[in-house]
Write a protein that binds this ligand. Sequence first.
Ligand code: CP
Length: 314
Amino acid sequence: MKQFIKFEEKGLARELIETAIRFKANPLINQEKGKGKRIGLIFLNPSLRTRVSTQIAASNLGIESVVLNMDKETWALEMKDGAIMNKNTVEHIKDAAAVLGSYFDLLAIRAFPTLSDKTEDISDFTLHQFIKYANVPVVSLESAIRHPLQSLADMMTIQENLNGKKKPKVVLTWAPHIKAIPHAVANSFSEWALGCGHELSITHPEGYELDEGFTKGATVEYDQAKALKDADFVYVKNWSAFQSYGKIIHVDEPWLLTEEKLKQSPDAKVMHCLPVRRNLELSDEILDGKRSLVQQQAKNRIFAAQSVLDKIIS
Ligand code: CP
């Protein structure tokens, strides 16, 4: 595996999940494997879980990691090829990525979308500019359109909580938010859940349809109560509109997930990638209650990342 930027195929996903579960039981089993290797963790946007879990994952494999907060600590990057750099950007991605590629054995990058330039975002422009010029394997730490390390941890968490169920009902439910939020987590969750063979229902207010390229095979249901009925896993996430790109569409119905709404789903476990705005996206009663898998998901981020790094250096 030379890159980890999206779901590739079911067999590989299964292998990565199984390896992640093995690492969780014995995190230091391959602690010598990455000795002498270095990974650069490049952040163009903020992060808590992805930054720390990937550093721990690297450390568990003996890989040295260096974190670079490109948004604050380095030169302002020009991403567009052929640009005349007579404005605010100081260094071209062609030069910066090549330099970083010569310093590190692997690079990992977080690059959020603009949420204003749809064409640029859906081409995952920044991630691919890094890949083009880095000349070393690249791991996505969340791109404009996908968050594969989160989804791998999410699939691992579902696997750990199946309780013998062969065909769980998985529901992705939209949640309210005050800001325009990227589609990456929702896109990737859909891509991985469907790719792993889960039955997926996506529920959201009209106007919040995701890019069909990620949701083909899922049931889209505008009635949240109907979608939630008999659910085994309920993934809560906000995203901004995709058609009216990056916009927040006013919604009259209350979409906050509450215990009351899960009365018809007694066994439902609730998931969220975090960070979460409590009592806006998800109620305290659910986040602090028995249904919540959010802490398990966050912990599993370490082993998902470890599984990916282990595969790349193998
Ligand atoms: N879930 C997630 O990616 O968290 P961070 O943005 O804090 O890394």
